[in-house]
Design a protein around this ligand. Structure first.
Ligand code: ADP
Ligand code: DP6
Ligand code: CO
Length: 325
């Protein structure tokens, strides 16, 4: 009863930012992302009859506390689905992505866990069922089931049955590139989960965020379909700024940005003034992702690397969905 799966992270172009149900992980808005081939998680789940509790090893270190509980609670859902409540597992996971630093490790992490866990316990789920399950580990992970562009449809039901991701366009549809600009790989002070909760509960900007999403989604899907890079990039950049603006108005206020984050944003806008189409987006963390076209790769990489405070620039193509090893 053992299986190994690999899943890539994704970068949200239209952000998921807020839950209407924290236990089931039901979002207050639909979101859209691009799966990245440069960052991924590989997870092996092994259910064994002799175990009395789950074990979770991340990058060869035993994990306890909150992260352990998240994994074990997620395995509970799988056990219940399979009708095998008393069967525990050892989980070995390897993150080829910095953990909890705003690189969406929870997305690749829970997508890989869902795929390996369900296969190991003997279930065969289609992508929609797998996405619905994965959502309950980490919301952004629901989109990492698919390669390329995926939309997580928020759904409207209280039981979550209509809240899962669907494919928008496969990785082969469009070769746009993403540079991950690394300034910090340290664990962020405010987790995605805590940050969105505080924002929903206290930010007076939150209603404006919600009202603006349907138009952003409609327009970016058109732009992706027609491969309109300027339109895709500018919608994504504006959506990112809007999300981060909601945190500044929360109580207590907070931001995921560092000084270098702003320097990178300015550099990207300057590149545009010089005629290089490049756009930024930022998840819940200080690091910036820059969207660009393959023909500008050399210039974009060089420009980003020389910004003071930038420690690394990792280039990524659109990535594939989950796979089994
Ligand atoms: P990130 O930006 O990395 O997604 P989050 O705050 O959303 O940051 O989530 C980080 C949490 O995701 C970790 O603290 C851990 O609980 C969980 N996580 C990360 N990687 C894995 C993994 N490979 N397997 C299971 N859970 C993971
Ligand atoms: C800003 O999926 O990490 O990256 O559902 O609580 O696990 P949980 O949160 P998570 O939130 C991601 C927030 C974001 C935007 C996005 O990926 O859509
Ligand atoms: Co996350």
């Amino acid at each position: 009863m053992k299986a190994t799966a690999k899943a890539h992270t994704n970068i949200a172009l239209i952000k998921y930012w807020g839950k209407r149900d924290e236990a089931l992980i039901l979002p207050t808005n639909s979101s859209l992302s691009l799966t990245l081939d440069g960052f991924f998680t590989t997870t092996t789940v092994d259910f064994q009859a002799n175990l009395t509790r789950d074990q979770f090893m991340l990058d060869d270190e035993p994990v306890e506390g909150e992260s352990y509980q998240r994994v074990s609670n997620f395995l509970d859902i799988i056990r219940t689905m399979a009708g095998k409540e008393n069967l525990y597992a050892t989980v070995h996971s390897k993150n080829d992505v910095p953990t909890a630093a705003g690189f969406a490790s929870s997305a690749s992490g829970f997508a890989a866990l869902a795929a390996a866990g369900t296969k190991a316990i003997g279930m065969q789920l289609d992508n929609q069922e797998l996405s619905r399950l994965t959502r309950q580990g980490s919301g952004s992970a629901s989109r990492s089931i698919y390669g390329g562009f995926a939309e997580w449809e928020m759904g409207g039901k209280t039981d979550g049955s209509d809240s899962f991701a669907v494919p928008v366009a496969p990785a082969q549809h469009w070769d746009i590139r993403v540079a991950a600009v690394v300034l910090s790989s340290t664990v962020k002070k405010v987790s995605s989960r805590a940050g969105m909760k505080r924002t929903v509960e206290t930010s007076p900007f939150y209603s404006g965020w919600i009202d603006s999403i349907p138009k952003d989604l409609r327009e970016i899907k058109d732009a992706i379909k027609t491969k309109d890079f300027e339109k895709t990039g500018s919608i994504a950049e504006a959506n990112c700024l809007k999300m981060h603006a909601t945190t500044l108005a929360a109580n207590p206020p907070f931001t995921y940005w560092h000084d270098t984050t702003m320097r990178v944003m300015q550099t990207v806008q300057e590149m545009r003034e010089k005629g290089i189409p490049a756009y930024f987006t930022i998840d819940a963390g200080p690091n910036v992702k820059v969207l660009y076209l393959p023909e500008d790769e050399g210039k974009v990489k060089e420009t980003l690397r020389t910004i003071p405070g930038v420690t690394d620039v990792i280039l990524s193509k659109p990535g594939q969905g989950i796979s089994y090893l």
